[in-house]
Design a protein around this ligand. Sequence first.
Ligand code: ADP
Ligand code: ZN
Ligand code: ZN
Length: 732
Amino acid sequence: MTDAALKPALGPAPCAGVLLPYPLPGPYDYKLPSGTEVARGLLVTAPLGKRETIGAVWGEAEGAVGDNRLKYAEPIEGHPVLPDDLCDFVDWVADYTLTAKGLVLAMALRSARQALGEDVPRIAYALGGALPKKLTPPRARVLELLKDGLFRTVPAIAEEANVGAAVVRGLIDCGALVAVTLPEFDALPAPEPDFAPAALSLEQEAAARSLKAQVASHRFAVSLLDGVTGSGKTETYFEAVAEALRRKRQALILLPEIALTVQFLDRFAERFGVRPAEWHSDLSQKERRRVWRAVMGGEARVVVGARSALFLPFRELGLVVVDEEHEQAYKQEDGAVYHARDMAVVRARLAQCPAVLASATPSLETYVNATSGRYAHLKLPRRHGDAVLPEVRLIDLTRERGEPGTFLSPPLRDALAKTLAAGEQAMLFLNRRGYAPLTLCEICGHKLTCPHCAAWLVEHRYRKRLVCHHCGFDAAVPPECPQCHSPASFIACGPGVERVAEEFAAAFPAARVAIASSDTMHGPAETQAAIRAMIKREIDVLIGTQIVAKGHHFPQLTLVGVIDADLGGSDGDLRARERTFQLLHQVSGRAGRADKPGLVLIQTRNPKDTVMQALASGDRDAFYEQERLLRARTQAPPFGRLAAIILSGRDGDAVRKSGRDLAKAAPAARGVKIWGPTPAFYSLLRGQTRERLLVQAERTVNIQAYLRTWLRSVQIPNAVRVTVDVDPVSFF
Ligand code: ADP
Ligand code: ZN
Ligand code: ZN
């Protein structure tokens, strides 16, 4: 680890290695103005070629002090210094993921430049004492509004008093309103630890006590909060958050999807009196600026965010929570490839604070860590209140099938009819966007595929387009088959959510139904609206993709139907079974969360499959134990290590040749096996040919060192991109 504070350099102009937020091999040397107190993490602006960029002092200069050719870097106004544990974290992530350090720093400095810039004060107005000569009704409304003494900006006054901005300007000109200068942002309201604590059940209380003790001791520890769906995991870890607040520490809560945050923020506000600070890609520049600054200044006490929130400059981090820790969304796959759950644990270790991983269906890695005693294992085996876990039944599609081309089996239809007659709500789940996943020519069998990807085009009937879900390419359905030229010969194969909705509406014309899916047609706003409508009981049935599967709490939902449980089951992917189990278990967990018991019907062609059996019996741990043995036997993670190398580029031959060259150059090492190169699952994506190699190593092998030596030994042409994915979770 680098020195926390470097020795103040002798001589007039100290030098230092400055890390810049670009994919450069390491820090560059710069001079700093004499008298600068040089510390690791000191934020500076530095010239780089013709530009000027922000950077951070990272260590001693490499070259000789006093080198006259060195350029000057200037400390940023106020000499802000990144917290030391954040610098350590940047180093750690870069080393572990084999990412250029500068690129990892870029994540930590995202928005820093704006955040550290000058304040942009806001001009607001208050009553000025003078009265306008003519008091029109709009003017009177403005004066009436401002009687409460609050300062407001011109647009705010115009909106609240329902007048045009010109009316407000007129009042300013005649002195009826006077200007006041406000700081750029209102102070962030502080969450109150004792605002509205929940009355915890005995089990929740026991888990909360353990978490609070960890927060209080301010040491690194990891806990798996392992609670069935609806058991109140959130209420429980909120107590740990409250404890961090009481101890004047900051807390970070990671959520897998932004779509989940609205409900979450409200719940947080109910418990703590105010909403927490948010951090994710949907924030405006201005909000980012505000939050980054507030975190750095210690003013933001609790941040709820997506994985990138790990790189915020917390001053006094006291708790990290990873909710739904098993979610694949925690894996970032472009830019720096990292797993936010694993990095959250590292972040907590470097900050010397506890980490809490919460899930009803933990990842196998976490499950193994918890059952082997490495992590504390806190269990909430029951649902909160009187709610019970739903009954899960399998529907064998090889026997119980409806008409050809229909997707709701007779038992599912019956159950839907009963639920609707009882005035209760239902949810239909299918993890496929659009109308049909495949469109083919009825005459010659020609399949419509994307010109840029090795993937089928998905029909979106609502938009009347065929869409590639990988690159976004879209086209109209061609009037004739491009292969056999038969006119209007295309038929839709298989269901997507739109098609299920169509079938449902035909069968139950009186029911109120909405679709929630993560595509552009049914975008985030529509999804949120559908979810709200479901909570308010404005709809009877919600039909959705995985976006509706997780986290939501619909008290009146008693029936869940899984249209096709076999999707994504057998693609040879190490985690496919685990993932199917997790997803379907989470979906099932939406049913019967309040006083009425729930029923889950799972349609499958493989009812004997162990995943299906585990779902039906509710014996989660039997399934996990089986997976554990399987992974142990095959030395798959967490019993062995994996890393993938993905080569991609427009020139397919160059990509394939690089793959062969790499494979040939693989150093021989004990406990390391190399697989491939093979075409990736999507061998063509956005016009890029893709080849994969997989490294499998025993746990004791330093896979990073191995990869570094290997990659250094081969000359890969610039036109071929190399992506290293340590601990891959997807195999596409
Ligand atoms: P999980 O995250 O474990 O699936 P939630 O935290 O969403 O479960 O809790 C399910 C429901 O039960 C929520 O509506 C929550 O507010 C409620 N709940 C859980 N524990 C309590 C409690 N101790 N007091 C009041 N309500 C609770
Ligand atoms: Zn044809
Ligand atoms: Zn495509």
